[in-house]
Design a protein around this ligand. Structure first.
Ligand code: GTA
Length: 181
């Protein structure tokens, strides 16, 4: 079990999270390995589920845009040795846009990352750790029309972390589509 720790770069609070969180409302979903279905997965639902069962890759969502690779490495290497880490980037600005993929060597470490790290606070945000079917070139880019993650375009709550998506701070950190209303 990971212990709570406070370091200069990274504030981590362990929460008792033992279930996968739903990708829409971030509530635990006890029946599924992942509530998320990648619409670009090149296969059937059965193949997708099989890939999730065997995968050694996790997706991390709801990250601060300011969290660094070093911070992610520091947290996720607590459950096992990391093979590779890929920060999610805005496809236009090429800057971090709130997600990341971590690839482990072992399935056990992958499961521990989902079990023990999902729901912890990293840079003041509860991160979501989800099983992933496997990283492929291209998946590091946000798929939203504005370049970032799709979810940020539909966000209806205020999020100070996404201020820099907009030209002026006065515009605030609501989702892009919400702002146009
Ligand atoms: N393993 O939960 C995930 C996950 N997410 C959210 C993204 N990725 C994920 N991988 C795993 N688990 O490689 C991966 C994608 C891609 C990269 C960037 O991260 O496979 P993206 O977020 O920009 O695009 O992905 P994606 O995932 O194709 O967008 P999608 O599925 O349309 O929507 C994602 C979320 O946005 C939804 O779950 C929902 O919360 C929100 N959303 C989408 N449409 C609406 C809408 N109309 N109204 C409100 N919310 C919406």
């Amino acid at each position: 079990m990971i212990e709570a720790s406070l370091s200069s770069n990274c504030l981590i609070e362990m929460l008792p999270t033992f279930a996968v969180l739903d990708s829409h409302n971030e509530r635990p979903d006890l029946n599924k390995l992942s509530a998320y279905r990648d619409r670009r997965f090149p296969g059937s639902q059965e193949e997708f589920e099989e890939a999730l069962k065997n995968s050694t890759t996790v997706y991390i969502g709801n990250m601060s845009f300011y969290t660094t690779e070093e911070q992610v490495y520091e947290l996720f290497s607590r459950v096992g040795e990391i093979k590779k880490m890929i920060m999610g980037l805005d496809k236009n600005s090429k800057t971090p846009c709130g997600f990341c993929f971590v690839l482990y060597y072992s399935r056990e470490d992958t499961e521990d990352a989902v079990k023990y790290i999902s729901g912890t606070i990293l840079d003041d945000r509860p991160i979501r750790v989800d099983f992933d079917w496997g990283f492929q070139e291209g998946r590091q880019w946000g798929r939203g029309r504005s370049g970032g993650q799709v979810r940020d375009e539909y966000r209806t709550d205020y999020d100070p972390d996404i201020l820099f998506l907009f030209k002026s701070k006065a515009q605030g950190g609501y989702g892009k589509l919400v702002q146009r209303e």
